[in-house]
Design a protein around this ligand. Structure first.
Ligand SMILES: Nc1nc2c([nH]c(=O)n2[C@H]2C[C@H](O)[C@@H](COP(=O)(O)OP(=O)(O)OP(=O)(O)O)O2)c(=O)[nH]1
Length: 133
């Protein structure tokens, strides 16, 4: 029997005025994914985790007000073979800058209806982007 381990994360959908979705690529990774990450023991709730991760990864200030829970989605994890990622996904507004910081190497804006040739992690490609298109 194969044991599949779960990674629990909180992930963000941040959209610009054209409806494009902000995606990030980690240092050394080939795929694009949503900003966000794992909960820390002292995070008060999901939005706390998300605000902390967004600030660390992008330098932006997330607004708690108006945050909308899009659902809980799962897929094989992008960077950890044998793991499944289970994500609580929220659409949130945030004030820039949106610039790569910490372990993030690059940032881009993707049209969810036409992501083109970009290599996108399965959680985003199969679960999140199709719901936004
Ligand atoms: N943040 C995020 N992680 C994703 C997505 N899709 C996906 O498969 N993953 C995977 C990649 C990693 O295997 C895992 C998340 O780990 P992470 O490294 O982003 O979380 P973190 O920053 O809190 O982790 P760490 O550096 O503290 O270990 O989930 C996604 O859209 N966003």
């Amino acid at each position: 029997m194969t044991i599949v381990k779960s990674i629990h994360i909180v992930a963000a959908v941040i959209r610009d005025e054209r409806g494009r979705v902000l995606m990030v690529r980690k240092r050394g990774a080939t795929v694009w994914q949503q900003p966000g990450g794992k909960r820390d023991a002292d995070d008060a709730d999901d939005l706390h985790t998300l605000a902390r991760e967004l600030h660390e990864e992008l330098g932006c200030a997330m607004q708690r007000e108006g945050a909308r829970w899009l659902g809980r989605f799962s897929a094989p994890a992008a960077n950890e073979p044998g793991h499944v990622v289970e994500a609580e996904v929220y659409e949130v507004a945030a004030e820039g800058p949106f610039e790569p910081r910490a372990e993030i190497e690059a940032v881009c804006w993707v049209d969810p209806a036409a992501p083109g040739e970009l290599l996108i992690a399965r959680l985003s490609r199969e679960e999140i982007l199709p719901r936004l298109a």
